[in-house]
Design a protein around this ligand. Structure first.
Ligand code: AGP
Length: 645
């Protein structure tokens, strides 16, 4: 996933683009660049490394340069270096492109363009798009080209001729040549893109185009900012249009209009960007991840706000209301997601089965999409995604729809691709999550799943009193999280005491088993310590061989039906000199004899415990990463949303 910004207005473009890229740096940060257009020349400055490295090489901002593109990269094709950094120019030097996504047929297109004498300088798929636009721009109205195949190797010829039998190079009368060239090029492209495009001959114009990667155009007085995420727009305007797949926006000093890439006019209405600038600023916190961990009490209160009616003890999920009646009689739920969202889904599986008595399974989206899934009548699929742009989850949604399932989304980013692809859904409403390691989104996803499960169970079989009890307990969760957060310094000391251990185990039972998986993922992805999450009873089936003197084993041993069993697992670790870090229920003195380190959480009904027991594990991972000197918000090799397969 990469960050894209384009600007056209009355102000110097460069500083606006750079500030926008900084707000998108969590999307990718291995190289960055800026293209500025003035006096018919596109000036590109780019470098490997972060945006700070780019700032170090940039010319001083020029008030006359009011049109430009910017990009911060998470490499897919081509190593992260200066040559492969975006923006990319075409072979004629008239076109510049920034791109987020993957062009799946770029090798075929590149081979064909090379057979037409087009030269390349990088290893990226993006340069193919730039050159393809440049090719159509240069060849426009030079007479239709018969099948451009004579020079290609036989092996490629059939492939290319299958979708490029002959090239129409005749532009419709009166259409802008740049706009036409972009359309013709994108008609040849397979894959995903969010694009910002400039043309040296069009000094007051840029084009954006979208397919499978997010693209938003911020609109204010005589200023237009295109970006892959509203975070780059919100400090300039709260008014925006969200492009849909196969759409393009043509922006000039006089305004903007939208079309499909097949040149069909499209009307887009301006929407309000939901969050404010302060929500993406760090404030008093050192990292976005810490801010988002500490935001969870208010974030979950907001997530529940307007959905739980404390007077009537009723739950109102407007986004799925029309589906709830039909869901009352559904036979099966399939939850599909990736990473942390998958772990939230595993908690949801317990909630739907234990509370609503609905057969539920949770599938990795990357597996679901390729396993020719069985989706019988009466199946609802729930896709969970913070970003709403995860490629595997989006593909799983399409698969489920093709198989006739009703597909609901539990998503944080409003207007994201998954939110738009599902039949209905529930937004998390917890504000932008900038830290790559997901925290408040996880607890919010579980909160939404809990509300949905309570509402379904109330409609199916549990008594209103039991539903009311769960609702009241759920509304107490934010305050309980605040109490856990007060232990942050103690948790930092636990991390410090174990910081040199390179292998950890995380163990839980029942509904806390997914929390063990989540705790392991948090530690892995930001401290780079290897960690494994397991159902606690599984340890004796192999992993116990890993236990060595001093090895940390994090147990979730809160009050519940399996408490005694987990004490047995804890004893197995202690017998082999492992170090036990235990998350237990407040007031449990019995557990102290088993804990080398103890973190307590307030009591709660077993099914609501994951929203609490995950908090200490988020803090443990955060402090370990800081103590190891890592960039917590931008961990190596990761991006906030994986918009590629
Ligand atoms: C979690 O901390 C990671 N950032 C990652 O596993 C993430 O949860 C996963 O990529 C899914 O992202 P999504 O929720 O935006 O779809």
């Amino acid at each position: 996933m990469c960050g894209i910004v384009a600007y056209l207005g009355q102000r110097a473009a460069q500083p606006i683009i750079i500030e926008g890229l900084k707000r998108l740096e969590y999307r990718g940060y291995d190289s960055a660049g800026v293209a500025l257009l003035s006096n018919g020349v596109i000036k590109i400055q780019k470098t490997s490394g972060r945006i700070a490295a780019l700032e170090a090489i940039l010319d001083k901002p020029n008030e006359g340069e009011t049109l430009g593109l910017g990009h911060t990269r998470w490499a897919t094709h081509g190593v992260p270096n200066q040559i492969n950094a975006h923006p990319h120019k075409d072979y004629t030097g008239k076109i510049a492109v920034v791109h987020n996504g993957i062009i799946e047929n770029y090798t075929t297109l590149k081979t064909w363009l090379q057979s037409e004498g087009v030269t390349f300088v990088s290893d990226t798929d993006t340069e193919v798009v730039a050159n393809l636009i440049g090719y159509f721009y240069e060849k426009c109205d030079t007479g239709d080209k018969q099948s451009p195949l004579p020079k290609l190797l036989d092996a490629i010829q059939d492939t290319v001729s299958s979708f490029m039998p002959s090239l129409t190079l005749k532009k419709p009368q009166g259409q802008n040549k740049f706009e036409w060239a972009v359309q013709r090029a994108l008609q040849q492209v397979h894959g995903t893109y969010g694009l910002g495009i400039l043309c040296a001959d069009c000094p007051d114009m840029f084009i954006g185009a979208k397919k499978g990667s997010p693209l938003i155009l911020g609109v204010s007085e005589g200023e237009y900012i295109l970006a892959s995420d509203a975070a780059a727009i919100v400090e300039h305007t709260a008014r925006a249009i969200y492009l849909s797949d196969n759409e393009m926006v043509i922006v000039t000093a006089d305004g903007f209009h939208t079309k499909t890439i097949d040149n069909i006019a499209v009307t887009k209405s301006l929407e309000n960007i939901e969050f404010s600038l302060e929500q993406i600023e760090l404030g008093k916190f050192k990292h976005h991840m810490l801010k988002e961990i500490f935001e969870q009490p208010t974030a979950l209160a907001t997530c529940m706000g307007g959905r739980i009616d404390p007077q009537k003890d009723r739950i109102h999920l407007g986004g799925v209301n029309d589906y709830l009646r039909a869901m009352t009689h559904i036979k099966r739920i399939i939850i599909t997601a990736c990473g942390t969202a998958f772990h939230a889904g595993l908690v949801g599986e317990f909630l739907f089965e234990q509370l609503a008595r609905i057969t539920t399974e949770t599938e990795y989206a990357s597996e679901f999409r390729y396993r020719n899934p069985i989706v019988e009548d009466g199946t609802t699929v729930i896709a969970i995604s913070q970003s709403g742009e995860t490629a595997d989850t989006l593909a799983a949604v399409e698969q489920a729809k093709e198989r006739g399932a009703t597909v609901l989304g539990i998503v944080n980013v409003v207007g994201s691709s998954i939110a738009r692809a599902t039949d209905a859904g529930v937004y998390l409403h917890v504000g932008p999550e900038i830290g790559v390691a997901s925290t408040k989104a996880f607890t919010a996803q579980v909160t939404v799943l809990t509300m949905l499960a309570i509402e379904l169970s109330r409609r199916r079989h549990i008594s209103s009193d039991e539903a009311t009890r769960y609702i009241k307990e759920l509304t107490k969760i934010p305050d309980k999280i605040s109490r856990i957060l007060e232990q942050s310094e103690d948790i930092r000391k636990i991390a410090q005491a174990n910081i040199n251990q390179n292998n950890w185990l995380f163990l839980g039972r029942g509904v806390n088993y997914p929390v063990a998986l989540e705790g392991a993922l948090k530690l892995k992805e930001i401290s780079y310590i290897h960690a494994e999450g397991l159902p606690a009873a599984e340890m004796k089936h192999g992993p116990i061989a890993l236990i060595v003197d001093g090895m940390p084993a994090v147990f979730i041993a809160t009050n519940g039906p399996q408490y005694e069993k987990i004490i047995g697992n804890i004893s197995e670790v202690r017998a082999r000199k492992g170090k036990t870090i235990i998350v237990a229920t407040e007031g449990n003195d019995h557990i102290k004899q088993y804990a080398d380190y103890l973190i307590t959480v307030p009591d709660a009904p077993e099914l609501l415990q994951p929203i609490l027991t995950v908090i200490p594990l988020q803090l443990l991972a955060y402090h370990a990463a800081v103590l190891r000197g890592h960039d917590v918000d931008k961990p190596r090799n990761l991006a906030k949303s994986v918009t590629v397969e």
